[in-house]
Write a protein that binds this ligand. Structure first.
Ligand code: FES
Ligand code: FES
Length: 196
């Protein structure tokens, strides 16, 4: 089996589980550690609406949404890249708009509809953007892919950017870095989803 065949087969299988597991190769996955809870007096009860489900948590009010998703709720499809708002790997949707979960306090996301990569597929049916990424081989290591897909779906859901040219798509996606430089395939995948 060639490397490409292997990667595609792996991605297709993982995509049926809403993609997250194929892109979980974080080095040592240190960002999946639960948030320490020893100082309980400082903890805040919060409720997050994620992918249509309510989750009640007790969190340090300084907890980033990214850490709550990964460390507390084990939704590891959302990736931690830079943790400084520079790479886009942690992109999720808040009320349908893309947002960097590493720069968003979990407490500030209360009352909003949070969508993560796990929430895009409908059962066994991939979101058209996920299918387009597979069709166009729009990834290599896959680490940036959940963030790319979340930004791309928000881009196409916005009537102001939905019909953009390739140049405009590139500009709109410029906050999502791909260290494997799969950019031409990512743009091709978005254009495919744009036509769907
Ligand atoms: S991890 Fe959030 S922008 Fe890089
Ligand atoms: S596919 Fe490797 S970082 Fe984008």
């Amino acid at each position: 089996m060639s490397r490409r065949t292997f990667v595609l087969a792996t991605l297709a299988a993982a995509a049926l589980l809403a993609l997250p597991s194929v892109v979980t190769a974080a080095p040592a996955d240190i960002s999946a550690r639960p948030i320490p809870t020893e100082n309980r007096a400082a903890m805040l009860p919060i409720e997050l609406n994620i992918n249509g489900e309510k989750h009640r948590l007790e969190l340090d009010p300084r907890t980033a949404l990214l850490d709550a998703l990964r460390g507390n709720l084990h939704l590891t499809g959302t990736k931690k890249g830079c943790d400084h708002g520079q790479c886009g790997a942690c992109t999720v949707h808040l009320d349908g708009h893309s947002a960097l979960s590493c720069l968003t306090l979990a407490v500030m996301a209360q009352g909003k509809a949070i969508t993560t990569i796990e929430g895009l597929a409908k059962g066994d049916t991939l979101h058209p953007m996920q299918a387009a990424f597979i069709k166009h081989d729009a990834f290599q290591c896959g680490y940036c892919t959940p963030g790319q897909i979340m930004s791309a779906t928000a881009l196409l859901a916005d009537p102001h950017t939905r019909h953009g040219s390739a140049v405009e798509i590139r500009e709109a996606m410029s906050g999502n870095l791909c260290r494997c430089a799969a950019y031409p395939n990512i743009i091709a995948a978005i254009e495919e989803a744009q036509r769907a």
